[in-house]
Design a protein around this ligand. Structure first.
Ligand SMILES: Cc1cc2nc3c(=O)[nH]c(=O)nc-3n(C[C@H](O)[C@H](O)[C@H](O)COP(=O)(O)OP(=O)(O)OC[C@H]3O[C@@H](n4cnc5c(N)ncnc54)[C@H](O)[C@@H]3O)c2cc1C
Length: 557
């Protein structure tokens, strides 16, 4: 944003030059000093500034000018810049006229000519005017704006996408800003036709209506496509396990690409505070961890393609080929699957209708502020539900944890149970579950069934966050690698049954630890059958995998 403008107008070239010189010597570091030799010329300048939405802090006009006198100019200028400060420059003889003009043109100040020395007769007055202007001036927001309603599932998806990719943006809830003329102007195209929501407006004035995240990614310059077709190591999934493997792989000289469907950070990126990760005694947010890891990986030269989804896998001799959602392909010597797990839904009536419009899965870190003053329902009894409840309690009026068991003791860490007990606005409702969601376009009520009383009661509800465990989404792998009945990927010793190696296993050795049923395809993190579902274990597996990958590469390449 350019500096705010100080505009001085005088038809006398010597006076104009002197005013400009004095203003420049004191204010040029914070303001742009512009000058005009007449009222009409100054009005042209102001019109251009106005069309570019630039700020004018002060207009300083001489009273005695042909065509348009100072007061006349300031009256017109006020229509374009009503909050700019206005000062009139007068000679002794004009004093009465100037005083009258204070009422007519709402002039804030008049200065007598000559003003030498400026330190005494000019700067104190201008300083006051500029300080007053700066106090009330709110620079226009210049970044990306997302306009929509809180009840739109697509708006929720886009907010999540921007937040998780750490793209700064301003959320404008159009239901709360109906009387704001600036917002209303954004909602129409140049011909006055209404634009579809959610609407994303970019700093250059262009917009995207109802955009897919991929379109947004391309517009804001996220890298979704690789120019290189072959890598030593391709990693699918940018959660803690994938990021750790990327850092170790690239730092040890492997040409590495990481493909991430949503945003680097994975499930950990949804965590408001990870308190059990080594080296961070005060805990750290999942987004912070993701941000640090991405910086580290990038520094070692990892190519991160996000958002980009792997949708197919082929093996051709020593090459592993990944098909991407945009139709392109990436080949590699070694493939690492780090695709984690997806949150499950409750599977109760009404859920599909209000998904993303009051019912959310596993998220909430960035949404908590929107729940200010409301009652938020959190479903689940594990650590993720506990963390979310503690986080929501900072904003919501009340947080209710619905848990099917008698207590949280067997499923949640004690430190979280202690925090919940100490938080006055969190209630735990044991032996309860949601039986139905009510609402057409947005959540309005929930039916809660209580196992101890056998009753079902309806409660008004606007926000329900569900954390009831997760399952892998690995169908896209087809039969290429062996999976268990729930979709978790088998590796290492789990593949050897009664001393027999998996079918089609081509090597004269057993699958290595973390190696799948296809040589050169490894698996780490939550998606691995039998894994410990923790950030640290995912990171550890990512690091170990790279060691095993080196051993594999030493034999095949
Ligand atoms: C709210 C919450 C709080 C948590 N708190 C803690 C905690 O305090 N301490 C702790 O130790 N653990 C915690 N966990 C668990 C921890 O986050 C997970 O164990 C960890 O993130 C698993 O890492 P991962 O890399 O295996 O998988 P994920 O983190 O699930 O990452 C997998 C990534 O793969 C991507 N992906 C999936 N399929 C594809 C595809 N086909 N193409 C491209 N990309 C794909 C996904 O978008 C995702 O980003 C928490 C989890 C949640 C949800």
């Amino acid at each position: 944003m350019p500096k705010p403008v100080l505009l001085t107008v005088d038809d006398d070239p010597d006076v104009l030059w002197a005013v400009e010189r004095d203003l420049r010597s004191r204010y040029a570091d914070r303001y742009r000093i512009l000058r005009a030799a007449s009222g009409p010329e100054a009005m042209n300048t102001l019109k251009q500034l106005h069309s570019r939405s630039e700020a004018v802090a002060l207009m300083l006009a001489d009273q005695r000018m042909p065509d348009l006198d100072g007061v006349g100019f300031l009256v017109q200028a006020t229509e374009l810049f009503p909050s700019s400060k206005r000062a009139l420059l007068t000679a002794y003889a004009d004093t009465n006229a100037a005083i009258n003009a204070i009422n007519e043109a709402k002039v804030h100040y008049f200065l007598m000519k000559p003003w030498d020395p400026p330190e005494e007769n000019l700067y104190p007055a201008i300083d006051d005017l500029l300080n007053e202007w700066a106090d009330s001036y709110r620079p226009p927001y210049e970044g990306i704006r997302l306009l929509g309603t809180r009840w739109s599932a697509h708006a929720y998806e886009l907010r999540n996408f921007l937040a998780r990719n750490q793209v700064p943006y301003q959320w404008v809830d159009v239901e709360l800003t109906t009387s704001d003329s600036a917002t209303q102007a954004l909602l129409k195209d140049e011909k006055g036709n209404p634009l579809d929501l959610p609407l994303m407006v970019f700093p250059d004035g262009t917009w995207l209506c109802d955009p897919a995240p991929l379109a947004v990614a391309q517009k804001i310059g996220l890298r979704t496509h690789s120019d290189v077709e072959f890598y030593d190591l391709a990693i699918i999934g940018g959660g803690p396990a994938g990021l750790a493997a990327a850092v170790y792989g690239a730092s040890e000289g492997l040409r590495t690409v990481m493909i991430e469907r949503e945003a680097p950070g994975g499930q950990a990126g949804l965590s408001s505070r990870i308190e059990n990760y080594l080296g961070f005694p005060a805990g750290l947010s999942g987004q912070d961890l993701a941000r640090r890891a991405v910086v580290q990986a990038t520094r070692f030269g990892v190519e991160i393609l996000a958002p980009q989804e792997a949708v197919g896998l082929h093996v051709e001799g020593p090459y592993r080929i990944v098909e991407l959602a945009d139709g392109s392909r990436i080949s590699c010597h070694v493939l690492l699957l780090a695709v984690g797990v997806q949150w499950r839904n409750l599977g109760v009536p009404g859920e599909e209708r209000v998904r993303g419009a009051g019912v959310y899965y596993g998220g909430g870190v960035t949404e908590a502020i929107a729940c200010r003053g409301e009652t938020v329902y959190v479903v689940g009894g594990a650590n993720s539900a506990g963390q979310a409840a503690v986080h929501f309690a900072k904003y919501a009026q009340k947080v209710v944890i619905l848990v099917r068991r008698e207590s949280l003791r067997s499923t949640m860490s004690q430190y979280l149970i202690d925090q919940i007990q100490k938080t006055a606005n969190i209630e735990v409702w044991p032996l309860t579950e949601i039986a139905e969601f009510h609402g057409t376009n947005q959540l309005e009520e929930i039916s809660v069934r209580c196992a101890s009383t056998g009753t079902t009661v309806r409660y008004p509800a606007r926000s329900v966050y569900i954390y009831i465990g997760a399952l892998p989404k690995t169908d896209w792998l087809g039969d290429s690698v062996h999976r268990d009945e729930r979709g978790f990927i088998l590796s290492g010793p789990d593949l050897v049954k009664d001393g027999k190696r998996p079918a089609n296993w081509s090597l004269d050795r057993d699958p290595n630890l973390l190696e799948t049923s296809v040589p050169g395809i490894f698996v780490v993190g939550d998606v691995r059958h039998g894994s410990v579902k923790r950030v640290a274990s995912g990171v550890g597996e990512g690091a170990v995998a790279v060691q095993l990958i080196h051993q594999y590469l030493a034999k095949v390449s």
